[in-house]
Design a protein around this ligand. Sequence first.
Ligand code: HEC
Ligand code: HEC
Length: 81
Amino acid sequence: MTIRRADWLFLLAVGLVVAFVSLLPSPREQNPPIPGTPAHRGRVAEKDCLRCHDVGQARPLSDRHPKRRDCFRCHRQEDRG
Ligand code: HEC
Ligand code: HEC
């Protein structure tokens, strides 16, 4: 089989896409961190977050907020890194 010019262009395009995606910032760098207020200080377990951040609690999440429950995946804790 012979490799044609179009094949090389295709490979180049794939390589560029991979490079671009791997350079995207990780979401944890962009999202608001968990603040160092008393409510969040210490080792707050992930399952405790919804005590205050659920509908009807002290600080419910906005409608636009992702409905996922793995909070630490997107929010880093400032003192924990
Ligand atoms: C005891 C109640 C309480 C618990 C438990 C709690 N929070 Fe909060 N959280 C608050 C309050 C009140 C605020 C807003 C005021 C402030 O900055 O303290 C807030 C603010 C935040 C913010 C910042 C929002 C912004 O506008 O920048 C994030 C992110 C957050 N919480 C995530 C979490 C996560 C993740 C957990 C679980 C580890 C958690 N919280 C547990 C009460 C709580
Ligand atoms: C898929 C990523 C992701 C996950 C998982 C996630 N968050 Fe967020 N969160 C965000 C982003 C992005 C914002 C900023 C949204 C904005 O500016 O409206 C945010 C904002 C917040 C805020 C402040 C503004 C608001 O929308 O009320 C709080 C509080 C918060 N998150 C708490 C939590 C808690 C508690 C959990 C776990 C139940 C959680 N987050 C899980 C991405 C995430």
